[in-house]
Design a protein around this ligand. Structure first.
Ligand SMILES: [Zn+2]
Length: 206
């Protein structure tokens, strides 16, 4: 029994504080305390505001630290804000649930590319975004996915199935173009049994 208890994993776990081992519970307790002590929180915020007014560089550092501390939580908060306030949709998924989902998502739902979970680097093609699978008005745990910015921009207001049909259409158009190009060059096509070499493929999307 002692041998089982002294495994390296348990030794590692012992080094972690209670807060590190139970982040969800710790947040719940902190949230409840803040709710129960509005006066203390108001004083705290007032002092913080005054301090940051005198030290704007400290405020920038603080905001950056908060964002970097939990990139998934920052993302969940911003995504919920964007969909509920800007797009005026009903969001039933909580910040905790969306953060949990974000932490478990490493790749784009549609194209499978690896998502760039980082902050302060602006928007890039592989920046994670929240997408409504079939453009529902109410966002629940079951009708949303996390995909790359590039796929989200391309999908726009299409439903999942419409988006797949659209992508198939692009692939088929591209294939027909390749076949037509190969037919025009019978010798080149026979020299290349797999069709045109990559360098000769017509450019997609200009
Ligand atoms: Zn993608």
């Amino acid at each position: 029994m002692n041998d089982i208890l002294n495994t390296p994993i348990l030794e590692e776990k012992k080094k972690l504080t209670w807060h590190q081992q139970n982040p969800e519970r710790a947040r719940e307790i902190a949230r409840a305390w803040r709710k129960a002590n509005p006066d203390k929180m108001a004083t705290y915020h007032l002092r913080q505001k005054e301090y940051f007014k005198e030290h704007p560089e400290k405020q920038r550092e603080y905001s950056e630290r908060q964002r970097r501390k939990n990139v998934w939580r920052t993302w969940a908060k911003n995504s919920i804000f964007f969909h509920s306030r800007r797009k005026e949709l009903v969001v039933t998924i909580t910040r905790d649930e969306l953060e949990f989902m974000a932490r478990a998502t490493t790749n784009c739902f549609y194209c499978g590319c690896e998502l760039l979970w980082s902050v302060g680097e602006g928007y890039r093609d592989r920046t994670p975004t929240l997408d409504r699978l079939h453009n529902e008005e109410i966002l629940t745990k079951d009708n949303i996915v996390i995909c790359c910015r590039q796929c989200n921009t391309t999908k726009t207001n299409r439903s999942y199935s419409e988006f797949v049909v659209y992508c198939e259409h692009i692939v088929n158009t591209h294939k027909s173009r390749l076949i037509a190009a190969a037919a025009k060059r019978p010798q080149a096509a026979s020299a290349q049994p797999g069709g045109l070499p990559l360098q000769q493929m017509p450019a997609i999307g200009g």
